[in-house]
Design a protein around this ligand. Sequence first.
Ligand code: AMP
Length: 184
Amino acid sequence: MTKLIFLGAPGAGKGTQAQILSQNMGIPHISTGEILRDAIANETPLGLKAKGYVDNGDLVPDELILDLIKDRLGQEDALKGWILDGFPRNVSQADFLRNLLQDLNQVCNGVVNLDVPDSVLLERLLSRGRKDDNEAIISNRLQVYRQQTAPLIDYYQQHQLLINVNGDRELSQISEELETIVKS
Ligand code: AMP
């Protein structure tokens, strides 16, 4: 399994786990959040458009993200595999991705849902100290997650791609389980 989507609430640890797994597998880790934060730091046209949304914990409009994903998955290093972290974030992005993968003749092998209780998410987010991690913005990000992203759990269940993983454990236990899944 080398083409995976990581789903999970903010603070679920998907960025960390996606990074570890992609390194071990030698495949690209594609984080839309990271791409946006870089663009904002470098004040690129994308960054300037995205900044207000990211700072508030809202999703950036789909049109800022879709072309970017299309370009990235079309690059040569993406042929052997990828881990998508933070994309898709809503049903329309998921539909777009399904069509894109068909066009690119690629198949997503699974969608890992890192499951973490709300109380743990809050604790983790408050201790992380990222600019979009203050209390009001965190609560907005969790609400945006529940309204727009959580429906993807059912979406991928229906497409028989969902793999639930308990994310409320030691980091290394989770990475070990993920490696087992990937190698199965
Ligand atoms: P993340 O690092 O995945 O938590 O993303 C940080 C922020 O970037 C989010 O709160 C959104 O503002 C924005 N973002 C990241 N990925 C997406 C996406 N696929 N669609 C829309 N906005 C996104």
